[in-house]
Design a protein around this ligand. Structure first.
Ligand code: BGC
Length: 736
């Protein structure tokens, strides 16, 4: 006899009648008359679900079942509900449309769907007497309307507490959807991770009633709905106020981010179910003054439940705030998948942004599970020809894919997971995908070794060297492509060797890439080959045979214009490249520069997250184009890894990944006073700190090396070896 006990034995169900935009609740009543040993509820959906057993929320996963390449794989969750059971049990599971099973948020984020929402679930009960019961979703379940009249990730939610939710009707099963598509949960659950108080009620010059939570964040507001029967209350969300102090939402583009609740005369504590917003401010509509009490509004911060592993502190308030903004950028955009932004009508898994930030992200938080899951979707969506899609999950389905530096996420993200945690499973999981991407690049070269015959590139996105509102930057796209072929391939070779693969084919390709790159792109005299980003790549990716020559060009350009110009491609490596050529002093100058354009400029303007653009807010207080102006975009937060590796000086060694061999190379600077970083690695805690004691050049250093790790300290051109333990020393160190 085959026993049925898996969610794969259940059927996808859907409401049996058309209920318009109202969100359905699927119901099952289960009577128990025996002692239960264990009860397990499994759920998944095409859409988002929220399960309640006996009116209690099951689990803490927000926006379950998570976002994967839905056409290929959908996660299901397993909850131990043993302690929630009673004699008579009501199981209610609400279904939101979430990220539609398929759907294109750019164009019609409400209407396009080629697959209706559906729920699948099963309750498996093991009794003390050894018998079992199994309740899968099927025709025996019932459906009712919820009080959620409308719900959309981008547009918000409408709830009417007066709605009739009692009437039950039939469900239908969707027999054409195979349960083979279901996979166990691989990522970290998205959860409500923090709760922030409102800090101020503002009446703007336009007369708007606005609440400030003091922090740009991702999540939603939990609030007490005033008890006035039939009255409609609305909340709108914004990241920023404009220069006159008014509520600014133009940069949200098509996303409405509107919460509408109609009171039934009773007091309710409401929070949205299937939508989230990126905001610091909310604007209230429909509230009388005496209905606004700041204590009744809390911002719930929602992101993937990753373990915090990296901490950085220093004696400069602006740099410290920059660091906090970087961490908030990750909190705001690591929601099951790494997203570009959290507020406008995108919130998509843009690969370029993820690869730029992957190293920093993996130090801040333990991203092992998070990225392992997402990387499987990178592979799942990869085109048969090896092109990696620009966004993952790939709901664009664009004709051309494989932009350099975006598609390279296929290699760069697994590399930083491997390097940070020493994990080789991700290499094994991704090996074929990485290989296909390298071979794709190889196939698009004017000669073997270059990637210069492909026409879909985003370029050095949002760099400052192609004019004001330009997006693609001035650096030659073919140069960027060829540089990334060499770089990604070098990481691929390193990873392949770590799992014992024969990488000789790729080693030969790498040699050729470097040779051809030098021939085609170095010293050509062409301006598009001499940008800051071009020189940064040549230095950081080891493409030049004369690092000081490219270094001198980079320094000259920075000194001549007095600032950085790099975009998404060059920025992650800019300070590393300057350090590599022995100009950490200039790197510090760029880091500490306060006026536009710089990392600290947004901080001086009150930013609490990373801006998408250097000129998100201009010097005169006006905004850059609302078409592309998010105030929570983590790509430029990639400077975070320089704070850890170079300011505080904790780096991992490629030869012994997972910080088994730690490289301490702190670069103290008096202007910061002190710096300290703490990284919780797989072996334990690493600490590095330095502090100027106030006596001239006297600088106190201390290091902690966990058990199982050893370290090399580079200080003042000397090298020292250490085993695990804690060490303190005082040095004369002039700094920069
Ligand atoms: C996103 C970016 C992304 C880009 C592609 C934008 O709309 O917000 O962060 O990488 O498109 O260049």
């Amino acid at each position: 006899m085959i026993s049925l006990n898996s969610i794969k034995d259940a059927k996808f169900i859907r409401q049996g009648e058309d209920i318009g935009t109202v969100r359905p609740v699927f119901k099952k009543v289960i009577w128990l008359d025996k002692k239960v040993n264990k009860a397990t509820l499994c759920c998944s959906a095409l859409g988002y679900y929220e399960a309640y057993l006996n009116n209690q929320r099951v689990g803490k996963f927000v926006f379950a079942p998570g976002w994967t390449s839905y056409g290929v794989r959908i996660q299901y969750q397993e909850y131990d509900v043993t302690n929630m059971l009673e004699e008579c049990n009501t199981l209610d599971i609400a279904l939101g449309n979430g990220r539609r099973y398929h759907g294109n948020p750019h164009e019609h984020y409400e209407s396009i769907t080629d697959r209706d929402d559906a729920l699948i679930a099963s309750l498996f009960i093991e009794y003390a007497d050894g018998t079992t019961d199994f309740y899968p979703t099927d025709e025996s379940w019932k459906c009712a309307k919820s009080n959620i009249l409308e719900s959309s990730v981008y547009n918000g939610e409408t709830v009417d507490y007066n709605a009739n939710t009692d009437e039950e009707f039939a469900v239908k099963t969707l027999d054409d959807i195979s349960t083979d598509i279901l996979v166990p949960t691989e990522g970290e659950e998205v959860r409500e991770m923090a709760r922030l108080d409102a800090i101020a009620l503002i009446t703007t010059p336009k007369g708007e009633k606005v609440i400030d939570f003091g922090q740009n964040l991702t999540g939603y507001v939990e609030w007490v709905v005033p008890a006035v029967k039939g009255k409609e209350f609305k909340l709108y969300h914004a990241e920023i106020l404009d220069k006159d102090g008014n509520f600014y939402t133009e940069n949200l583009r098509g996303a409405k981010n509107e919460i509408k609740v109609i009171s039934d005369g009773n007091e309710h504590v409401y929070k949205p179910h299937f939508t989230y917003e990126g905001f610091r401010y909310i604007r209230l509509e429909g509230f009388d003054d005496d209905e606004i009490d700041l204590d009744n509004f809390k911002a719930l911060v929602v992101f993937s439940n990753m373990k915090r592993t990296g901490y950085f502190a220093c004696g400069n308030d602006l740099v410290q705030q920059l660091y906090e903004n970087i961490v908030w950028g990750q909190r705001g955009n690591f929601l099951d998948i790494p997203t570009d932004c959290n507020q406008r009508d995108e919130r998509l898994g843009w690969t370029g942004d993820a690869q730029a930030f992957a190293r920093t992200a993996s130090i801040n938080y333990r991203t092992l599970k998070f990225f392992k899951k997402w990387m499987k979707d990178v592979a799942a969506d990869q085109r048969p020809n090896g092109a990696v899609t620009d966004i993952v999950p790939d709901i664009h389905n664009w004709e051309s894919e494989g932009s350099s530096a975006w598609a390279d996420a296929a290699v760069i993200v697994p590399y930083w997971v491997y390097r940070t945690y020493g994990d080789t499973e991700i290499i094994k999981n991704q090996f074929e995908s990485m290989k296909k991407w390298i071979l794709f690049m190889e196939s698009k070269g004017s000669v073997r070794g270059l990637f210069d015959m492909h026409d879909h590139h985003f370029g050095d996105w949002l760099s400052l060297d192609a004019g004001d509102e330009a997006t693609g930057g001035f650096t030659d796209n073919d140069l960027i492509g060829s540089a990334y072929l060499a770089y990604s391939n070098s990481l691929f070779i390193e990873m392949g060797k770590a799992i014992g693969e024969d990488m000789s084919y790729f080693e030969e390709l790498y040699e050729l890439s470097v040779k051809e790159y030098r021939k085609k792109y170095l010293n050509t005299g062409l301006k598009e080959h001499e940008t800051q980003t071009a020189n940064v790549l040549a230095i950081y990716f080891n493409l030049t045979d004369d690092i000081q020559r490219e270094g001198a060009k980079l320094v000259k350009d920075i000194e001549e214009c007095g600032h950085l110009k790099t975009g998404f491609v060059g920025t992650p490596y800019l300070l590393h490249a300057l350090t590599k050529i022995g100009r950490a002093d200039l790197a510090y100058k760029l880091l500490l520069k306060k006026d536009f354009p710089s990392w600290l400029f947004p901080v001086t303007r009150g930013a609490t997250t990373m801006w998408e653009r250097w000129d998100g807010m201009k010097v005169d207080g006006s905004f850059a184009t609302p078409e592309m102006n998010s105030f929570n975009h983590y790509a430029y937060g990639s400077v975070g890894d320089w704070l850890y590796t170079t300011v505080a000086g904790i780096d991992s060694d490629a030869a012994e990944p997972g910080y088994k061999h730690i490289i301490f190379r702190p670069l103290p600077i008096k202007e910061l006073g002190y710096a300290k970083a703490r990284i919780l690695t797989e072996n334990g805690e690493i600490i590095s700190s330095w502090e100027y004691t106030g006596n001239g050049n006297e600088c106190e250093f201390s290091f902690t090396i966990p058990n199982g790790s050893h370290a090399t300290l580079y200080l003042d051109n000397e090298e020292y070896e250490f085993n695990s333990g804690t060490y303190n020393t005082v040095f004369e160190y002039e700094g920069f």
